[in-house]
Design a protein around this ligand. Sequence first.
Ligand code: COA
Length: 340
Amino acid sequence: MSLRARLAGIGHHLPPRVVTNDDLAQLFDTSDAWIQERTGIRERRFVDEGTTCTDLAEAASRQAMEHAGWEPEDVDFILFATLSPDLYFPGNGVFLQKQLGMGPVGALDLRTQCTGFVYGLATADAYIRSGMYRRILLVGAEVHSRGLRLTDEGRDTAVLFGDGAGAVCVEAVEADAPAQGDRPSSQLLTHALHGDGANALDLCLKKPGLGSFPFISQEQIDAGDTAPSMNGREVFKNAVRRFPEVIGEVLADASLAADDLDFVVPHQANARITEAVRSRMGLPEEKVASNIHNYGNTTAASIPIALSEAVHDGRVQRGDLVCLAAFGAGFTWAASLLRY
Ligand code: COA
């Protein structure tokens, strides 16, 4: 029997504490006007003390499983995408497995930052097509707020990022499953994954790390090496080129065109990047997810949060052709095309 994968359920979770641009302007030299004009962001969510990235992932996973009608014991495998794990090692997958009370299922952490969710979806699809697993829980979750440098020196990145989580339940279906009424049957179609280490240092976290000694020191913390370091212009320039390119690649692979798309969920890096991509591809505003004004950039969580919102408020319906696309640190860029 030939197998395909489909999204059986989706959920998301944002911590309740809202941090506005004006709140940040109390902490360092910035302004609501600057942040909104350059990024589109109005506010983001920060966790309170005691909440971990795994906690956010657990809440999103429970919502996704409820949507799919799954119990934790139904899950065969966990994929966890994050750049802000609770510990340097082990990865967050095993913490999530424990918190959800699951049996000893495999748990794989993905470290491709903003593209982590799309890389994870492609990985889940490959496992399912191969017959290795039938029910995979994929989560993208981040707690950025504890790693940001909320000072004048760190302001270029401190204004961009927020905390949150999104999760999907990916399940096996027969490749020739009948269509649902007049809607095409729901399945993941194709993916494109890319990376180029030539720009690795244009967006990175220098410390802690074992590429140089020491692993971490007070001097390195004081110098800002534990906050993201970013060449914003280089990121921007490459993002506006790579997004349309990689979306075009998956459409061509499926012999479809931009006009066929019902909905696009770009990684929420910057409203100006999303807008540039939308206008280059000639897509109407209502077909492109944009929620960065509410949450900032939540890295691996941004795509599942935006898709979950669109599914739960009815903008995305079963059978719709949806493209997910991301660009970020690495540089890595990636897209998935699916029938929801
Ligand atoms: N508040 C106020 N002023 C700020 C600021 C802040 N938070 N951060 C930087 N500035 C200042 C700079 O110091 C600079 O001042 P100067 O002209 O006196 O030197 C000025 O604003 C312009 O800075 P610059 O970095 O050139 O701005 P920009 O137009 O490139 O916008 C970004 C900066 C970060 C918004 C933009 O480069 C960007 O969005 N890049 C992509 C980032 C991204 O998506 N990252 C995540 C990848 S997934």
